[in-house]
Ligand binder design. Structure first.
Ligand code: FDA
Length: 287
């Protein structure tokens, strides 16, 4: 990692499939589940998309060989596997995602499709529907900041459906997304109610102490026992809280991004928490 390795490593544990498998093993020792993300979003290069697919297939084999797939799955950004290729994007992303889903199935685990900016939501959900015909275990992400998401939650709150609910990490225009943090939080709670009251498997992805507390009370209200839903947090963010929840008996999954293409991911994390920016600048100056 060429730049400011300190701050990068606190969010991205390594560049290789081996380092991802090592990080998975370390988290598993603390009773934490994992979802791995091989970084490389927004590619316009078919070869790079193929290389990303190959990386996923290989890491799934490594997880399986090391007996780690009971507690680890993969998260995939469709823009990393061809969704933005001119003309053939949708078809390429679907075929590539199918290859990864097959490899995950063979390894005894699952795939969750990450959600990117709102211009991709329809394409991603349509690819999800196609994939679920052969791989019904495939999960998706919905973003509370989008106006459409409560309705999307209703459509996906069915048996066998795995939905990760997050607030949303992209800068979105006001005709499609709530702009005020409070409105995003209110939407998050409405969506939580739909998912927890529904028949699917909700994956509650947030570091927000209020949302975590509300999710816990709603889970009890709707008769959910630990194991019928899970909490998810990003690698390096609130690790003590991850362990505290796991020790309390909750299922907790850590999203572990890895690879050399960490820049876009890190910039989104810094934008969310400007306090981290000063660490980043200091580590650049000290180089
Ligand atoms: P938010 O950023 O609103 O923070 C609320 C509170 O949480 C803070 O006030 C603080 O108390 C606490 N907190 C947050 N960050 C902290 C930190 N670094 N250190 C200490 N406390 C902190 N987005 C997307 O658009 N598509 C996707 O596919 C995904 N996938 C995804 C997977 C998983 C597992 C997670 C956890 C998140 C995503 N996201 C995502 C990102 C998500 O949309 C969102 O941008 C971040 O999770 C930040 O939102 P929070 O809900 O954590 O709260």
């Amino acid at each position: 990692m060429p730049v400011s390795a300190g701050i990068v490593r606190s969010y991205v544990p390594g560049e290789t499939n081996e380092s991802a498998a090592d990080a998975t093993a370390g988290l598993a020792q603390d009773g934490l589940l994992v979802t791995l993300d091989f970084l490389g979003e927004d590619t316009l290069d078919a070869d790079q998309a193929e290389a990303t697919v190959a990386a996923y297939v290989d890491v799934l084999k490594q997880l399986s060989a090391r007996g780690l797939t009971r507690g680890a799955e993969v998260s995939v950004k469709l823009s990393a596997i061809g969704q933005f290729l001119p003309e053939v994007g949708h078809k390429t992303a679907l075929e590539n995602a199918r290859t990864i889903c097959r490899a995950a199935r063979n390894a005894g685990t699952t795939v969750t499709l990450d959600m990117e900016d709102h211009t991709t939501t329809d394409s991603t959900l349509s690819i999800l529907r196609e994939l679920r015909k052969d791989f019904p275990e495939t999960g998706a992400v919905l973003q509370a900041m989008l106006h459409r998401t409560e309705a999307d939650c209703r459509a996906l709150a069915h048996e066998g459906s795995r939905v990760r609910l997050c607030k949303g990490a992209y800068l979105e225009p006001e005709d499609v997304a709530f702009q005020d943090r409070l409105d995003v939080d209110k939407s998050y709670v409405r969506c939580l109610k739909v998912l927890l009251a529904g028949e699917g498997y909700p994956m509650i992805a947030t570091h927000d102490p209020r949302m975590i507390e509300i999710a816990g009370s709603l889970a009890s209200r709707y008769g959910r026992t630990p194991g019928t839903y899970e909490f998810q947090m990003l690698y390096g963010i609130r690790p003590d809280e991850q362990r505290r929840l796991a020790e309390k008996g909750e299922r907790v999954r850590v999203y572990v991004p890895y690879g050399t293409e960490w820049y876009g991911y890190l910039m989104r994390r810094l934008a969310e928490r400007p306090q981290n920016l000063s660490f980043f600048v200091k580590s650049l100056i000290s180089k």
